[in-house]
Every structure is written in C-alpha cells, then in structure tokens.
Design a binder for this molecule. Structure first.
Ligand code: FAD
Ligand code: NAP
Length: 354
C-alpha cells in the first residue's frame, strides 16, 4: 500500500537540482505499488510522473499530480552455455549493473559505464556512448500500462530502439518495470570483439595498462571509459547537469558539404544511409558558448553539449532559456536545428518546445 506524501521538494530527485514540489509523492517498491498509484491518480483525477535517477529531465514548475520514484531493485543472473543473462528491475542503478556484469567478465555493457540513472530508463532513450547502444544487449522489457493496469512483455525489436529514441517516447503511459539483457560469457573473443574504435578509448587503455588495446579485458575498457568520462564530464553531484542537452543533428550530405565550405573542420560522421551525424558540441563550441555562465546557468567548460546549473536557485525555465538561445545561434549560423535531449515537464506533464 502506498501513502503519498504531500508537497514534497524534488530538488534531490533531479540532477539539475531544480527545486520544485510534487503535490503528491511516493516511492514504488513493487508492482503492487504501481497498481495502488494508478488507483490513487484515478481517485484524485490527477496526472503522474515517474522519475528514475532524474538525470534526463528538466522540471519547470511544481508538479500538480503524483510523482513516483522507482525503487524496484531485484536482480537475477542466469548463466547459459552461450552467455550470461541478467534480469534487472527498473530501480537498479545502471552503473551498478554495468559494474556487476564487468566483474563477472561478461561483455556488452562496458562501454556504457558511468552513465547516471536507472536500468528502467535505459531503453527509454536507448542510452548510448562510445559506439555502443543498449539496443545491442537488450532482449526484452516488462511493461506496466498506467492507463489500463495491464502488464506485458516487449521484445527488444518491438521497443523500436533508435538514436536516443524508443517506442516509450510515443507511449509515455508505459512504465518499464524489468529489463532483460543478454551478455557475452567471458572476456572478449574474436566473435565478440570489443568496441575500441571510438574516440580515444584504445589510446586510453594503452596509456593506462602499458599494453596494446587489442585483447583488452572488459574491466580495462570500463576503467578507460570511466577515466575519459571523469576527465571531461561534470559529475552531477558537484555540478548539476543532465548530460548532453542536445542530440547530435543528422543532416543530408548536401547540407554537410555546404557547411564544410565555410567550416572545413566540421566534425561529421557518415551514416549508413549517406546522411551525416554532426557533433552538436562542436557546433556550439564554434559559436563561443563553451564556458559561458550567467546567473548560475551556463555551458560546461570542457564539453559545450552540457548545460550546467551552478546557481543556488536555478529554475528549469532559466535552463531552457539558455538552451533556446543556443538553438537560435546554431540555427542562424549553420542552418541546423538542435533538438533538446532531456524530457521537459511542467505542472501537468510533459511538454515540448516548438
Ligand atoms: P530519468 O531522468 O529519471 O527519466 C528520464 C525519462 O524517462 C522521464 O521521462 C521518465 O519519466 C522516464 N522514465 C524513467 N524511468 C522509467 C521507467 N522505468 N519506465 C518508463 N519511463 C521511465 N545518456 C546517454 O544515452 N548516454 C550517455 O553517455 C549519458 N551520459 C550522461 C552523463 C551525465 C553526467 C548525465 C547527467 C546524464 C547522461 N545521460 C546519458 C543521460 C541520462 O543519464 C540517461 O538518459 C539515463 O538513462 C536517464 O536515467 P534516469 O533514471 O535518470 O531517468
Ligand atoms: P566525444 O567522444 O568527444 O565525441 C564527440 C561527438 O562525436 C559525439 O557526439 C559522438 O557522437 C561523435 N563521435 C566521436 N567519435 C565517433 C566515432 N568514431 N563514430 C561516430 N561518432 C563519433 O563525445 P563526449 O562528449 O566525450 O561523449 C562520449 C560518449 O558519451 C559519446 O558517445 C556521447 O554520446 C556519450 N555521452 C552522452 C551523454 C548524454 O547525455 N546523452 C552525455 C555524455 C556523454 P555520439 O554522441 O553519437 O556517440
């Protein structure tokens, strides 16, 4: 049985540290709690918002309904001849799951080390880093439909996982309750190679171990990823942020060539369909935003894609105002639209900026 508290501050439940209140607040410890929460919302005729680690959302107003914080955290490991299967409830910490899989020598998640947040949120935007997406290991998810109270399973394929995207963005009333991953059994083999070709991972492994990166263990890859991330990304515990504030824009080859005429150093990666993914951080950096700060809101000194809220009483609207100024500047200069990555919530629910 849940007993929602009234008027609870959400400051410690979002990594931007925005101090808004939830009219009602509860922790979800099991599936039954979700049923109770659903009954509560129907009785109160109020809206609801599920928060995991709060590392990918911007809260702009007091929330007028029930805020639920996911705390279901059972974890089951099963060993098969062809690999290791792990079934994790949504409230498990993502990086604890990665650390535990690496400790078992299982491959698949190591490049996704140190991403904040919970396991249940991982499929929502198909988290990705250093050339790997969660899509590559995901087998299925269990879902609770908050509209109907029904529970069902979705295969990875049915999750429609794409670049920072999934079916869950189109079905926000679906709560992910459990996630199942298929991992490689042992350290990396020829059939199960490491993803080392991205950025400075190989170089970092070599300088950390003094050995060639080829044949690196999953632990060595995890250590390298952690080292790189800690050297350039702000830790939300000390510098409030939600990671990349914008997605990398995907544009046509023609537009890429046009931008390159004026900006020959443009960082662009060719995709299989012939289009190009531009590094949004690079675009923002060219316009001089990196290190910008005013009234406690700014752009991180080492990574222009990350907006930071260092002031004591920053509001979500102030963060979004800076994001919009950057979007306008990038559009005016490069004719490129930057899409906001974190999810935005006002008093009634999710909203999108036009
Ligand atoms: P929340 O912020 O709590 O929620 C995000 C959205 O998902 C909300 O709409 C929420 O309602 C919904 N949601 C949460 N849990 C569930 C659930 N169980 N069922 C249904 N909906 C749910 N992201 C990357 O992809 N790659 C990175 O490398 C990366 N690095 C980051 C680095 C930093 C320093 C930070 C602060 C963020 C980074 N992120 C990255 C973004 C973020 O950590 C991920 O998107 C993460 O998966 C969000 O998890 P969360 O539990 O904090 O989600
Ligand atoms: P980075 O390594 O400096 O790379 C800059 C950009 O170039 C990234 O946007 C990345 O795209 C792209 N890139 C680099 N090497 C690439 C390659 N070999 N092939 C294709 N694209 C390549 O980026 P960073 O800021 O330090 O982040 C490192 C990784 O962590 C990235 O994958 C990034 O997405 C992830 N990350 C994500 C968040 C978030 O909140 N979403 C926050 C921090 C870090 P991709 O972003 O598509 O990989």
């Amino acid at each position: 049985m849940i007993k929602p508290q009234k008027n609870v501050s959400l400051k410690t439940y979002n990594t931007l540290g925005i101090d808004v209140q939830a009219a009602f607040f509860t922790v979800i410890k099991d599936l039954q709690d979700l049923h109770y929460a659903r009954d509560f919302c129907r009785l109160q005729a109020c809206s609801w918002l599920l928060i995991g680690g709060g590392s990918n959302l911007v809260l702009t107003q007091n929330f007028a309904g029930l805020v639920m914080v996911m705390a279901m955290s059972k974890l089951d490991w099963t060993s098969h001849t062809d690999g290791l299967e792990v079934c994790a409830e949504s409230g498990c910490e993502w990086d604890e799951l990665v650390a535990a899989s690496v400790k078992r020598g299982a491959s698949g998640l190591e490049n996704l080390s140190l991403i904040p947040g919970q396991v249940g949120a991982a499929p929502i935007q198909n988290i990705g880093a250093y050339g790997v997406e969660v899509k590559q290991c995901l087998r299925w998810v269990d879902v609770f439909d908050f509209n109907t109270g029904a529970c069902f399973k979705l295969t990875a394929e049915a999750c429609e996982l794409g670049y920072r995207d999934s079916i869950f963005k189109r079905h926000p009333h679906w709560v992910v309750t459990r996630v199942n991953f298929q991992l490689g059994h042992h350290a990396l083999t020829k059939d199960n190679p490491a993803q080392l070709g991205y950025g400075i991972i190989a170089q970092t492994i070599e300088s950390m171990t003094g050995e060639p990166a080829v044949g690196a263990t999953v632990q060595q890859i995890r250590d390298a990823v952690i080292h790189i991330r800690q050297s350039k990304l702000p830790d939300p515990k000390h510098i409030p942020n939600v990671g990349s504030f914008f997605k990398n824009p995907i544009v046509s080859a023609k537009q890429t060539a046009k931008i390159q005429q004026q900006w020959p150093d443009l960082v662009a990666y060719k995709l299989d369909d012939g289009r190009f993914k531009l590094a949004a951080g690079w675009l923002i950096d060219q316009l001089g935003w990196r290190g910008y700060s005013q009234d406690g809101v700014g752009v991180h000194q080492l990574q222009a894609l990350v907006l930071v809220a260092t002031g004591t009483a920053v509001t979500g609207d102030e963060v979004l105002a800076l994001a919009q100024r950057i979007q306008a500047d990038v559009f005016a200069t490069f004719d490129v639209v930057l899409e906001i990555e974190p999810r935005l919530f006002n008093s009634r629910g999710e909203f999108w900026l036009s």
